[in-house]
Design a protein. Structure first.
Length: 414
């Protein structure tokens, strides 16, 4: 760290010193031995979409299909030598999903292929793994920072957010942040976190002070404005629905999520009638998550997803039709359809009331989510197609330019 960077960070609140690496190494794409199977469920009265957090991977109180569906599940378990680990109902899709463990020595590809041919089965897939997309920053060669806090927010300044905030600060917009846990007690998040839910097994414990990646994304999206400290979020009056579906992995790796936790969190976001869903993560194509996401888009929820740097855009969430797929400035993933937003040297929050810089397309997606919240507050009928069009041109994403579709007097920086 050079002297200038050291002086800049020393002027902020206490820095967390523990390492954070996401996007550092590719992780496994599927959980060995576990698969997800979806069955049609036509029970007329069903519990909330999101279900309840599981105690562990085992059948429990959340298992609640109709009697016919339960009999079908038991038949599949018997026929394919599977063990039911957990299950939950997705009411809008009229599906009952089961987490099955394969018999010892069974080949998952063979079992999944056989299940896909079974007329009782709507969907059969691996328990896919996903990872968040942010890494710790390194000092830029020629740092331009010469003032603390807002002056250090490169994305905020580059996107002309201050001018956009003359017209909107995201008041009343509900943003579902599906991520790791966050530090809701951070001074720059006071009053911004409307609810917190945990869809991760207790075995993957939630640190008392929250987790880093979710806190970082929350800061970019909705850090409090005009509180005499820290930074300003893109939409500082938006409300956050914090859904923990990811967990910190071992040092040197990205935070991790899986199909099970993400499906429950998506279901909860739909049930809560979120305006926007932020998915600052990436992984393989996932049929169940795609169904849920497409359902959310059809309901008018705007879904924002990160694209992996230098990777392919066909996975989840960026490859799902209707998702606003976001890459960092300078990356080319996603071609002309992807939105480009600041994702390097982004000053944001850390757990414990501290601040630090981070980089990655996770941060770029959070910038877009905040911008969409500004627009949605003024135009509640805003849909994904409109948002894509307003944000795409001119590239990269500029909050003020997008705002001019609603407020023609906005004075944007040339």
């Amino acid at each position: 760290m050079n002297l200038l960077r050291a002086l800049v960070l020393a002027g902020l609140a206490t820095l967390a010193t523990s390492p954070w690496v996401a996007e550092a190494q590719p992780g496994p794409r599927a959980e060995p031995g576990l698969i997800i199977v979806a069955l049609a469920d036509h029970r007329p009265a069903l519990p909330a979409v999101g279900g309840t957090a599981r105690a562990s991977y085992r059948r429990g109180a959340g298992y609640g299909p109709g009697l016919g569906t339960e009999a079908t599940a038991e038949g599949l378990a018997r026929d394919f030598k599977l063990q039911v680990e957990d299950g939950w109902t997705i009411a809008p899709l009229k599906l009952h999903c089961l987490l099955f463990r394969l018999a010892a020595g069974a080949d998952s590809a063979t079992v999944l292929a056989a299940l896909a041919r079974d007329p009782r089965v709507v969907l059969a897939q691996p328990l896919n793994q996903f990872e968040t997309l942010a890494i710790p920053d390194v000092a830029p060669d020629k740092p331009a920072y010469n003032d603390p806090y807002v002056g250090l927010q490169r994305g905020f300044m580059a996107m002309d957010v201050a001018e956009a905030q003359r017209w909107s600060r995201g008041a009343g917009v509900r943003v579902a942040l599906i991520d790791t846990g966050l530090d809701a007690s951070h001074p720059d998040l006071q009053g911004r976190v409307l609810t917190e839910r945990n869809f991760v097994a207790p075995a993957r414990g939630l640190p008392a002070g929250g987790e880093r990646h979710g806190t970082q994304m929350a800061g970019v999206i909705a850090a409090v404005a005009n509180n005499r400290q820290g930074i300003v979020g893109i939409a500082p009056e938006a409300q956050l629905l914090a859904y923990r579906a990811c967990w910190d992995a071992e040092a040197g790796r990205s935070a991790r999520c899986d199909s099970f936790t993400l499906a429950r969190a998506l279901g909860a976001a739909i049930a809560a009638d979120a305006d926007i869903i932020n998915l600052s993560l990436s992984g393989p194509a996932d049929p169940l998550l795609q169904k849920l996401t497409e359902h959310a888009v059809r309901r008018g929820i705007i879904v924002v997803g990160a694209l992996p740097a230098g990777g392919r855009a066909e996975g989840f969430p960026g490859g799902v039709p209707g998702v606003l797929a976001v890459r960092s400035l300078g990356d080319t993933t996603g071609g002309t359809q992807a939105l480009s937003a600041p994702g390097r040297d982004i000053l944001t929050l850390n757990p414990g009331g501290s601040y630090d810089f981070a980089s990655g397309s996770s941060l770029a997606a959070a910038h877009v989510t905040g911008t969409v919240a500004l627009l949605r507050a003024l135009h509640p009928a805003l849909n994904a197609e409109q948002a894509q069009r307003w944000l795409a041109a001119p590239a990269p994403v500029n909050a003020c330019t997008a705002m001019r579709h609603l407020r023609s007097l906005a004075l944007c920086t040339p």
